[in-house]
Design a protein around this ligand. Structure first.
Ligand code: CO
Length: 416
């Protein structure tokens, strides 16, 4: 007769455990980046993850090294969901870009480790490819419509079918109002000065001229970057409708999201929003009420790959596509994570990608490759990208980087 045996509750030697969690700060291309490295008891087995909140890097590093490492040491790195929830809820007050970026660094590194253990690239763990590569868009900027057009034609010659067009950057700085002349007595405040009316009028002229020259085929995008009042954003979206944008990005600030319903009933210009979002409550209604067409989060700012998969699944069931944020303050590790998601998500829309400079490729060997406007993920196990820590140390954060020394980041200070 079989004898009932009590389960073995004695301390068991774990197959693998976390032995180190550190945050590496580096600025090889002049933009401060944060990458988390999670080390394991398996010799040579570690993972990397993007934790770049470039304006508050030191705060992210403190959270990673002072709070997350002690919490995670000796735990089983296989349990990604469990460790995500533990890390998220452990502080009681949770959410926000600092904590989410720290969490993302760990989360992406754990997915990297899981892929290395399985001997599979991350996209295989996410269900496998539904496309070979991710279509990308790049930026065309210029002082006038002709300069923007010339840049669009260059990008098209490089194989890009989607281009984001701006004139004079966000809010067309320099197009309208300049900073008040300061003879020393005015104490002019630093910031990015602009004229919302001049910006909106110039933007219509820009797209009118681009469509006349390009015809219907090139997909054009534009980023309002929350530079106009809500009612003016609605009018701008309506006036842009004849020029058939692929999408209009961030027409409203997160604080003005209730205006989206009004915007939606007035125009069929497709809307992308979300690069400032950090919590599911910010996107849930936008998706379930179909108030946006593309959800555009910055994956490290929402806490990594684990929450990004859930967001993408929610969006898929409402016909909303992804357009993950991919500027230069996403590390190459973060770009790698973006592309593994892009190729495995049915509702992928487009990927922002402005290239990875050679100096970053040296510090972060591996990663995705851009060919003819499409980004191809690495086929190596995990994220397929590494960090050369010794080389990274050669590019410390510089004192000239205002965001690290408490200085004013001019472009975020919009002034009328
Ligand atoms: Co944007």
């Amino acid at each position: 007769m079989a004898r009932l045996v009590a389960p073995d509750t004695g301390a068991k030697e774990l197959a693998m455990r976390i032995t180190g969690v550190k945050c590496i700060l580096s600025a090889p291309a002049g933009v401060g980046l944060a990458v988390v490295k999670v080390e394991t008891s398996e010799p040579g087995l570690y993972g990397v993850g993007c934790a770049t909140f470039t304006q508050r890097l030191l705060a992210v590093r403190t959270v990673v090294e002072e709070y997350l490492e002690p919490l995670l040491l000796d735990r089983d790195p296989h349990r990604i969901e469990d460790l995500w929830q533990l890390t998220y809820q452990n502080a009681y007050w949770r959410n926000g870009p600092v904590l989410n970026n720290a969490l993302s660094g760990v989360d992406q590194a754990l997915w990297d480790i899981k892929g290395k253990v399985a001997g599979l690239p991350l996209y295989e763990l996410l269900g496998g490819k539904v496309r070979e590569a991710a279509a990308t868009y790049a930026h065309a900027d210029g002082r006038d419509p002709q300069e923007v057009l010339d840049r669009v034609l260059e990008l098209r010659a490089d194989g890009l079918s989607h281009v984001r067009c701006q004139m004079g950057g966000y809010g067309a700085a320099g197009k309208g109002r300049a900073a008040p002349h300061d003879d020393g007595a005015l104490h002019t405040q630093p910031g990015s000065y602009y004229d919302p009316g001049a910006y909106a009028r110039a933007t219509i002229v820009l797209f009118e001229s681009l469509r006349a020259e390009l015809g219907a085929e090139t997909e054009l995008l534009h980023d309002v970057h929350e530079r106009v009042a809500p009612i003016d954003a609605i009018r701008l979206a309506k006036e842009l409708e004849p020029f058939r944008l692929f999408y209009l990005e961030d027409p409203l600030a997160p604080e003005d999201l209730d205006w989206l319903r009004e915007l939606r009933v007035q125009t069929a210009t497709p809307i992308a929003m979300g690069e400032l979002f950090t919590h599911p409550l910010e996107w849930r209604t936008l998706i379930s009420e179909r108030l946006i067409d593309f959800v555009r989060v910055h994956i490290s700012d929402i806490g990594g790959i684990t929450p990004a998969r859930k967001l993408a699944a929610l969006a898929e069931s409402f016909g909303v596509r992804t357009a993950f944020h991919g500027p230069s303050d996403v590390s190459p590790v973060g770009h790698a994570a973006n592309v593994h998601l892009d190729v495995s998500l049915l509702n992928f829309g487009i990927q922002e990608f402005t290239g990875i400079p050679d100096v970053l490729r040296e510090v972060f060997p591996g990663g995705p490759e851009l060919r003819d406007g499409y980004l191809y993920p690495s086929d190596q196990p995990g994220l397929g990208i590494d960090i050369d820590e010794r080389l990274a140390q050669r590019y410390p954060l510089g004192p000239d980087m205002a965001q690290f020394s408490g200085g004013v980041v001019d472009w975020t200070q919009s002034r009328l």
